[in-house]
Design a protein around this ligand. Structure first.
Ligand code: ADP
Length: 253
């Protein structure tokens, strides 16, 4: 039996008269990569920021690793890691300085090279954040989510804007983090990414969860309705061509 690490029951959030999240319920299991998908405005950020203790809810119950949000927000903060948008980092500090800064925020002594090694950025330890490539910036921001040794990390569109190699590299990093036992909640607008990476997905639209299942089961259910792609799918796609021609190795080092 999988242990439930996040339990959301009847969560609602109103902004004035507008209902952004409409009584949603779902569980996240320990050790899974859980995707929250949906069009812009669906209510994904609102839902995640409530679980992350960054926004207040209107009603409902949230329990994270046995801790009730209503009675112990700080307890939840201690066991989660939240990825900041990379624009939030001080561009003029080097990576070692930034890791120390984050360690200070969490009130934890940190060993910067340990975290930089986790995300394959030891070589860039003395580089300023602004000197990193897009993929390196994303890897660094993922490293900062791990500083307080969290049980759960939240990644918000971690591969947006990256080239195909850098995206694959990040998928591998996320799988590695999960294989250490960390639960991962991820948002993405890339369906191939969700299909490759997520054990289960919740699809949100207009404040509701309209489907929750593994990517495989969701696809099977659609096919069972008689759905067929309009065109015979080729055995490869343009992304395969790109990777085949340019190689799998990273270029941004
Ligand atoms: P998503 O992350 O899926 O794009 P959001 O949770 O950001 O969706 O937003 C859901 C809805 O709530 C949107 O219609 C958005 O305009 C609205 N919304 C988000 N934050 C606020 C806010 N602080 N005040 C008023 N409306 C908001």
């Amino acid at each position: 039996m999988n242990k439930v690490i996040i339990s959301v029951k009847n969560l609602a959030k109103n902004y004035g008269n507008f209902q952004a999240v409409k009584n949603i319920s779902f569980d996240v299991y320990e050790g899974e990569i859980f995707g929250l998908l949906g069009p812009n405005g669906a209510g994904k950020s609102t839902t995640l920021e409530i679980i992350e203790t960054l926004r207040d809810k209107t009603s409902g119950e949230i329990i994270v690793d046995g801790i009730n949000l209503d009675s112990n927000k700080d307890g939840i903060k201690k066991i989660i890691g939240v990825q900041l948008q990379t624009s939030g980092f001080y561009p003029g500090l080097n990576l070692v300085e930034l890791v120390h800064l984050f360690g200070g925020l969490y009130n934890q002594p940190v060993e910067p090279m340990y975290f930089l090694k986790l995300v394959n950025l030891e070589d860039k330890a003395k580089n300023k954040f602004k000197e990193l490539s897009g993929g390196q910036k994303q890897r660094f921001s993922i490293a900062t989510t791990l500083i307080n040794k969290p049980k759960i990390i939240f990644l918000d569109e971690p591969t947006t804007g990256l080239d195909p190699q850098a995206r694959r590299n990040l998928w591998e990093l996320i799988r590695n983090i999960r294989s250490q036992g960390t639960t991962v909640i991820i948002t993405t607008h890339y369906m191939d990414e969700a299909e490759q990476l997520c054990d289960r997905i919740a699809i949100m639209d207009e404040g509701k969860i309209i489907s929750l299942n593994s990517p495989d089961k969701m696809i099977d259910e659609l096919v069972a309705t008689g759905f067929e792609r309009p065109k015979q799918v080729k055995l490869a796609n343009l992304e395969d061509v790109f990777i085949h021609l340019t190689g799998k190795e990273m270029r941004d080092e």
